[in-house]
Design a protein around this ligand. Sequence first.
Ligand code: UDP
Length: 252
Amino acid sequence: MGGTPLPDGIKLMDEQGRRIDGRLPGELRPLKIEAGVLRRADGSAYLEMGHNKVMAAVYGPRECHPRHMQDPTRALVQCHYNMASFSVDDRKRPGPDRRSQEISKIISEALTHVVFTEYFPRTSIDVYIEVLQANAGTRCAGLTAASVALADAGIPMRDLVASCAAGKVANTMVLDLGKEEDNFGQADIPLGYIPRTEEVVLLQMDGDLTADEFRTGLGMAADACKKIYDVQRDALRRRYVVADDGGSEGVK
Ligand code: UDP
C-alpha cells in the first residue's frame, strides 16, 4: 500500500482499463456464501470471495468467562479473527499478533451495532473467523461471513452487515482490491455497511486519497455492499429451504 513500487514487468492496470486479474474497476470478485456448514457450532457460514476462503462460527449467547468481564446490561460480542499459517504464500506465524487483534476488535465493534445485545445480559457471543486462504480483503470477507453465521445461530439482529473495500490503484478508484493491488496500490478503504439503514459500522483507510476520491470510493463500496447483502440473504434463505425439506448433507 501507499504506492510501493511494482516489481519489473507487473502492471496493475492495462491500457484497456482491465485490472491485473482481468476485472474492470467497479467489479467485485466472485462471491459464494453457504450458511450452516458446521454441525457443532450454534451458527456458521463459509464464504469464498475470489481466492479468499473464510469460515465463521458462532457460539452463544453463553455465560461470559472470566466473570469480571460480564456486563450486567448486555451481551459481549467477541470476535476472534485468525489467519491459518497455510493461508498465505509465506507461512504465517501461528497465534495472535497485532494485526489479528486489531481486526478482531473492529469486527466485534461492527457486529455489536447490529446484535440486540441488551436481550442477553452477562453473556458472551463468540464469533470465530478462520481465514483458510487469504488474498486481501479478509477483514471484509470475515465480517460478511460472521454476520451470516450470527443470523444462522438465530441471534436477534437489527440487520445483516455486508462488507467490502474500495481503493485506488494505478490512479483509478477500484472495488475489492486483490493481493497485488493491496500490496502495490495507492489506497484501501474497507467498509462495513448496513444497506437497509445506510449505516456505516466499520470504516478504515490505508494510503492517501483526496476528499473526492474518498467519497467516490465510499460510494462504490456501499453500492457493492448492497449486492453482497443480497448474496448473504440468499445463503440464509437456501439454508432454511433445505432444512424445511427435511435436511440434507452439510446442514445441521
Ligand atoms: N497477508 C500476508 N501475511 C500476513 C498478513 C497479511 O500474506 O501476515 C496478506 C493476506 O493475503 C491479506 C493481505 O496481505 O489478505 C492484506 O492484509 P491486510 O492487513 O491489508 O488485511 P485484509 O486486506 O486481509 O483485510
